[in-house]
Design a protein around this ligand. Structure first.
Ligand SMILES: Nc1ncnc2c1ncn2[C@@H]1O[C@H](COP(=O)(O)OP(=O)(O)OP(=O)(O)O)[C@@H](O)[C@H]1O
Ligand SMILES: [Mg+2]
Length: 289
């Protein structure tokens, strides 16, 4: 069986810091894989490489057997990887609905005629003019596509109905922090990605908000969604993951099912070592990752 995501010997350094140093792992179709590890161990950098946010300095990444390690972020998204960011990124002045719509912008056809020409410098004006024409006059195809966009927005708002439903047309800057993060997840899911990549989706959330996100992740998992998750809250990680990868110093130091990773001496050492260095950093619920 071809792995959904196949990462081999991934490398990335920053001014001599080996942020990701020979990382290899796979995510199978429908699998939920979590990456945990202490601060600065290379988790976010790994996600940035997989999603094409930054280029790798070595190694290969394949999605469904096709290499994506030199592809542009937008093409990777179109191939089926959607993500959220550690610090949460939504467009503050856009409404919840418009933020979700942004997620599927790359997939629009009728609203973006001749979009392939936008890559050709001298011919960029053609798709711009054509987009303007469609926006002003409309076409039957654009109206059908508009209905489809609205259906996708409804589907994603419904996913977080009690939270985002009443906020659908509110600008993102008026939302609570948790609702901004939900909007970001909804935007990623709008693409119906093959692989959903989440960087600390519950960071800054309280216990009940975290429990809500866990319930949503379990629902996605039950529906067969493959997920690559970076998360500090170990209870959540252990509940939702099929497999856990532990990073330290840019390398994978352990990998396996949640139970075996939890009792792995190398993992305990990496965690307990940091814990002694940063007394008071452990809140009990959160791991020191
Ligand atoms: N853009 C950058 N420029 C310079 N150094 C960077 C950059 N991004 C990451 N690093 C460094 O790479 C290493 C790994 O960082 P990364 O953000 O991947 O860690 P992390 O495991 O996600 O940590 P955290 O749990 O705190 O989010 C760190 O030493 C970090 O300082
Ligand atoms: Mg990080």
């Amino acid at each position: 069986m071809t792995a959904l995501l196949d990462v081999k010997d991934l490398q990335r350094h920053f001014d001599g810091v080996r942020a990701v140093d020979g990382v290899s792992f796979e995510v199978q179709p429908h699998e939920v894989v979590s990456i945990i590890g202490p601060n600065g161990s290379g988790k976010t950098t790994t996600l940035n490489l997989v999603t094409g946010t930054i280029p790798a300095h070595g190694g290969t990444i394949a999605l469904d057997g096709a290499r994506i390690d030199h592809a542009k972020t937008v093409d990777i998204a179109e191939h089926g990887i959607a993500r959220t960011f550690q610090n949460g990124r939504v467009f503050a002045t856009l409404s919840v609905a418009d933020n979700i719509e942004v997620g599927i912008h790359s997939q629009l056809h009728a609203h973006r005629p001749f979009r392939r020409l936008s890559h050709v410098f001298l011919l960029r004006w053609i798709p711009l003019l054509a987009e303007l024409f469609v926006a002003v006059f409309g076409t039957p195809a654009a109206r059908r596509e508009r209905a489809e966009i609205d259906r996708v927005i409804d589907r994603e708002v419904d996913r977080f109905e009690s939270r985002l439903g009443p906020r659908r047309d509110d600008p993102a800057y008026t939302l609570s922090y948790a609702n901004r993060r939900r909007t970001e997840i909804a935007r990623a899911l709008a693409l119906q990605p093959k692989l959903l990549v989440l960087d600390e989706p519950t960071a800054g959330m309280n216990q009940s908000e975290t429990a809500e996100v866990l319930a949503q992740l379990l629902e996605l998992k039950a529906a067969g969604q493959a997920i690559l998750l970076v998360e500090h809250k170990l209870d959540l990680v252990m509940t939702v993951s099929d497999r856990v990868i532990v990073m330290d110093g840019g390398r994978i130091i352990a990998e396996g099912d949640p139970q075996s990773v939890r009792t792995d001496p190398a993992v305990i050492e990496a965690y307990l070592g940091r814990r002694r260095e940063t007394p008071g950093s452990d809140s009990g619920e959160e791991g020191p990752a």
